[in-house]
Design a protein around this ligand. Sequence first.
Ligand code: NI
Length: 169
Amino acid sequence: MALREILVVPNPVLKQVSAPVEAVDDELRALMDDMLETMYAAPGIGLAAVQVGVPKRVIVMDLAREGEAPAPRYYVNPEIVSASEETAPYEEGCLSVPEIFEEVERPARVRLRYLNYQGEQVEEDAEGLFAVCVQHEMDHLQGVLFIDHLSRLKREQAVKKVKKQAKAA
Ligand code: NI
């Protein structure tokens, strides 16, 4: 396993639409292992492949709380089968938009279909933080960042702030 570099805004790669994965093979599993290690090191709770410069439809997540055993989750070619009409707000952040946290409103519950680490098709219901995180990560696969859900002014302020941080680092 190896740590990968996490791209930050305004890197144009983050705006790319990711391509479907053709096969869940050892090469893809190696990518998912690297992504998980990179996410844990950041630290973060979710990461899309495009954030490490690989525009494939792959997500890793771990929603275990502090003190709980690690619970890695892998989503290949995820799709939302259905979403609730009810929405819920959540203050989101993103490893590609460091130090910025803003409230985003999304469907409160979604039903997912995806391939897991073994390449098996799974359907699963998500709510709460799980629903928030998986929808945020799936946005990345479409080249959409959580700041794209904000007003133009707030989005531009966020990007400016990240650029300033990068310069200061
Ligand atoms: Ni993100």
